[in-house]
Design a protein around this ligand. Structure first.
Ligand code: FCB
Length: 510
């Protein structure tokens, strides 16, 4: 959509001119105020105002790692350390979206996206993690935001998708309390610059993943394997979530602030009581550890030993108020489901005593190319569970998708039927959850583009659009055509083959 279409939309919606309406009102108009009656939806159908789009993250697509004053992040340092990433890949160039963002936004528009999730790189905006802002970094995100608005797409940023400025890690990283204050300052800089044109803001992407993998398992930046530092990190992140929430609201209380979490259902490995209890502990630890502090001002009990919890987390009097953040929406990411066994020998986290895995139910043909189990019903189960647990806050699916590494065929097209089948099965479950009363208002596919997949480097492809990393050529896959049809009809299309026939037609018409 170009500006003139936006004008038409705003006239239709409010009878006032575009000039009288702000980009913030544009987002409000897209989301709509009246929820459609879910009970009236047919299987596979979505509510009228449902927002469709795709997601990306700064380090995974931008490249330009040392341009225009950008500072070093923990991911630059980690990926530049030999042996950390498959093939020693790194995000120095990635999809080069720092220079090609217009092309990428045009692709999103082509697919018919109404929303686009991206992240803001802290070291681009505040290179050392403290002190003055880098105007060139902020300008980049202003250009991206304005290009999205011009295309009639809602800009939907996440403040932190894992790229901590390296100087803050050198000073102690997330286990250090002071990092929470630094984060709130950074949030203020971003909102001062962009709060006039973006209504919905997500604070952290998957706080569970970046603390677990970064400080406990060590397979993500900064690569530490210290369970006690990890527990401190979880607490700092919870404090930072509350502090950033208030920093944003202090600038403009009308901005809507939420977070992005990755709850996946935790099923017990056997019917035995020990595994059942382990699954409950894991659910509280993996799924509720960053939600309950925000919404309830406390940690779930029954995970850490009660008499040691304060010491293990570095808790101070009053922290219950600092970490409270009455989030106004939840971003949820879904990929697979946990299978959890009791681990009486321990796993480094006092009291947790679990072994949790994502790939054990099925034979390889029931897994995606990176070995994650395919379990669509888990999507339904966790949505129902989290909606009930959080009092039915509005939900946006902020990521969901699958790694399938289909290469372009002889005809130049990417016939990724496996992704279409994966998507179809999961979206039918999403539609079922909405019909059963889960208040989901948006879905962002992970990802728009094939990109740098963290420790897997460029070996795993999640995109609707294929990227040739040698030439940066973008080729929409068959799944992009299928997704475009989904958006156009607002109902889950039939099978891959019906849509494959339409490939080209859907994506060649401007
Ligand atoms: C999620 C991350 C996202 C992407 C997908 C596959 O955990 O948030 O950046 O890597 O996994």
């Amino acid at each position: 959509m170009q500006r003139r279409d936006l004008l038409r939309l705003s006239l239709a919606l409010g009878g006032t001119s575009l000039l009288a309406r702000s980009p913030l009102a544009f987002a409000d108009a897209l989301i709509g105020k009246k929820p459609t009656t879910p009970a009236k939806l047919r299987a596979g159908e979505f509510p009228k105002d449902f927002l469709w789009g795709a997601a990306t993250a700064a380090y995974q697509v931008e490249g330009a790692w040392n341009e225009d004053g950008r500072g070093e992040s923990i991911w630059d340092r980690f990926a530049h350390t030999p042996g950390k990433i498959k093939n020693n890949d790194n995000g120095d160039v990635a999809c080069d979206s720092y220079h090609r963002y217009r092309e990428d936004i045009a692709l999103a528009r082509h697919i018919g996206a109404k929303t686009h999730r991206f992240s803001i790189a802290w070291p681009r905006v505040q290179p050392g993690g403290r002190g003055a802002a880098n105007a060139k970094g902020l300008d980049y995100y202003k250009r991206v935001t304005d290009a999205l608005l011009d295309a009639g797409i809602r800009p939907f940023p996440t403040l932190y998708h894992w790229d901590l400025p390296q100087p803050l890690e050198d000073a102690g990283g997330w286990p250090r309390r002071d990092t929470a204050e630094r984060f709130a300052d950074y949030a203020k800089i971003v909102i001062d610059a962009l709060g006039d044109r973006i209504r919905q803001w997500a604070i952290f992407n998957e706080p569970k993943t970046f603390t677990h993998c970064g400080y406990w398992q060590g397979n993500h930046a900064p690569g530490r394997t210290d369970p006690l530092a990890f527990l401190r990190a979880t607490h700092t992140v919870n404090l930072a979530q509350g502090m950033a929430f208030r920093a944003i609201k202090a600038i403009n209380p009308k901005l809507e602030v939420g977070g992005v979490f990755d709850p996946q259902p935790a099923y017990p490995a056997t019917r035995g009581e020990a595994d059942l209890l382990a699954a409950q502990r894991w659910h509280k630890f993996a799924n509720l550890w960053f939600l309950d502090p925000a919404l309830k001002g406390r940690y779930p009990d029954g995970v850490l030993p009660a008499d040691r919890q304060a010491e293990l987390l570095g808790w101070k009097d009053g922290d219950e108020n600092l970490m409270r953040a009455p989030l106004e929406f939840l971003g949820l990411n879904y990929y697979s489901s946990w299978l959890v066994a009791d681990a009486p020998q321990g796993n480094g986290v006092p009291g947790l005593d679990t072994n949790a895995e994502w790939a054990r139910y099925y034979a390889p043909h029931h897994q995606t190319d990176n070995g994650w189990d395919i379990y669509p019903k888990g999507f339904y189960d966790i949505l129902v569970d989290i909606a009930e647990h959080t009092g039915h806050l509005p939900i946006e699916i902020t990521e969901s998708g699958a790694a399938y590494n289909t290469a372009p065929g002889a005809d130049g097209h990417v016939h990724d039927n496996a992704r279409i089948a994966w998507l179809r099965a999961h979206l039918l479950e999403l539609s079922r959850a909405i019909r059963d009363g889960v208040p989901v208002r948006a879905y962002h596919h992970w990802s728009l583009l094939d990109n740098f997949e963290w420790a897997d480097g460029y070996t795993q492809r999640f995109g609707l659009v294929h990227v040739d990393f040698k030439t940066q050529r973008r080729t929409p896959k068959d799944s992009a055509a299928w997704f475009a049809r989904l958006i156009a009809k607002n109902v889950v299309p039939a099978t891959a083959s019906t849509v494959a026939a339409e490939n080209g037609r859907l994506l060649s018409a401007d």
